[in-house]
Write a protein that binds this ligand. Structure first.
Ligand code: GTP
Ligand code: MN
Ligand code: MN
Length: 376
């Protein structure tokens, strides 16, 4: 009937990949609060509560107006139960007591520290940060005391903690891009390098800089990442790196991705300062150690064969929640398995090649969303 179809069009679609989620929205205070509870839930190992708060926050990011009253919350998807009480408390009191308690709790605060020291290899952060907490580690100095037991990556994260805690600006991301392109192009002049992740979605800062590397001739990609990283390393631009080789034996239907990936910490040289008129007239202070002229920046480099490039681009542009929802939609609604390599139709038992992100959305029967509309 027309009544039910009217109602259907007013409802928020269930999956975040069916909605346009802009970077800037109208309910920042509430969204931030829900995201703190989501992070805290994941720190406690509760995936279900993490998803509940994340979905509520994600729905609010799409609202075209600022919530004013508790009354407006009752028809919103995924905004019932616990999320609803949080939203209502913020609307009425401006703060939510639970959120304030979580923010100040020892577990949340030390998990955040532990999490940051782990420089971000996907998925392994929470388990290790929680183990450190259970071992009584509460601060950076506690971590320093067990330094001998840390992996190389964790040591690097600890050593460069102060820098890695600072957000990476767009200007810094662009200077990393020049470094990365220069290194790759010195081996393959027409290699294609694309900045992905949050910066591609329009964010002005991020926790790292993500790049996707490809070339129409797949031979040109053989050994390229290792050579370029070794070259950058020899110039002193790399503080830490770990290369994960391409895995050829992953199942196409699984959600595991197997592209060759480099997780790195770069020493990014500072931007050239504007020359001040009296530069050079100041006497150097010999008692002071020279100012550091670089900043540690987390960088992810991913190599995808040309045939998988569009899937890898879609998979590495995020957001994390958008990607999760896209894969869930594919599986539950379309009976298709999506990852950064391709799309597999489980019932028809076939793969769908794609040469653009638009084609992938079309294969899934979804309205195309530009990267800046994927900030779910
Ligand atoms: P910030 O870096 O915090 O600004 O946000 P971001 O959206 O760029 O996050 P991040 O760099 O963590 O990840 C970018 C995208 O790559 C997200 O969609 C993730 O889902 C995806 N991603 C991150 N790590 C991995 C990984 O190890 N494997 C795969 N396949 N995807 C990953
Ligand atoms: Mn990123
Ligand atoms: Mn990343």
């Amino acid at each position: 009937s027309s009544v039910s179809s009217d109602k259907a069009t007013q409802e928020t679609p269930s999956y975040a990949c069916q909605r346009r989620t802009p970077l800037h929205h109208h309910n920042k205070e509430i969204v931030d609060a829900l995201q703190i509870l989501a992070l805290s839930a994941s720190f406690q190992g509760s995936e279900a509560r993490y998803l509940g708060f994340t979905r509520a926050a994600s729905v609010l990011k799409c609202l075209p107006f600022t919530l004013q009253s508790a009354e407006e919350v009752k028809d919103l998807q995924f905004c019932g139960g616990h999320s609803k009480t949080v939203i209502q408390e913020i609307l009425e009191d401006r703060v939510c007591r639970e959120v304030e308690m979580v923010k100040n709790s020892e577990h949340y605060q030390s998990m955040k520290v532990g999490f940051k020291v782990l420089t971000g290899i996907f998925g392994v952060g929470i388990r290790t940060a929680d183990k450190w907490y259970r071992d009584g580690i509460r601060s950076l100095s506690d971590l320093n005391e067990i330094e001998g037991k840390l992996t190389g990556e964790q040591k690097a994260g600890l050593l460069h903690y102060t820098d890695l805690q600072q957000p990476v600006t767009r200007d810094e991301a662009e200077r990393v891009e020049q470094l990365v392109k220069g290194a790759l192009q010195s081996f393959v002049p027409d290699v294609q390098v694309t900045m992905t992740g949050g910066f591609r979605r329009g964010k002005q800062e991020g926790h790292d800089v993500d790049f996707l590397i490809t070339h129409p001739n797949e031979e040109a990609l053989n050994g390229l990442l290792r050579k370029a990283v070794a070259w950058l390393d020899s110039k002193g631009s790399i503080l830490y790196h770990h290369i994960k080789g391409r895995s050829h034996n992953f199942a196409r239907s699984s959600t595991m991705d197997g592209h060759e990936t480099c997780y790195a910490i770069f020493a990014l040289p500072n931007a050239c300062p504007e020359k001040s008129p009296d530069a050079g007239t100041i006497q150097p202070d010999l008692d002071k150690s020279p100012p550091r002229n670089w900043k540690a920046v987390r960088v992810d480099l991913v190599v995808a064969p040309y045939s998988e490039y569009s899937y890898a681009l879609l998979g590495w542009t995020g957001s994390k929640h958008f990607e999760r929802e896209l894969r869930r939609f594919s599986l539950q609604v379309k009976k298709m398995s999506l990852n950064s390599h391709g799309l597999f139709d489980i019932e028809k038992k076939c793969h769908y090649p794609a040469t653009s992100e638009e084609e992938i959305f079309a294969h899934l029967g979804l309205l195309y969303l530009t990267p800046s509309e994927r900030n779910a």
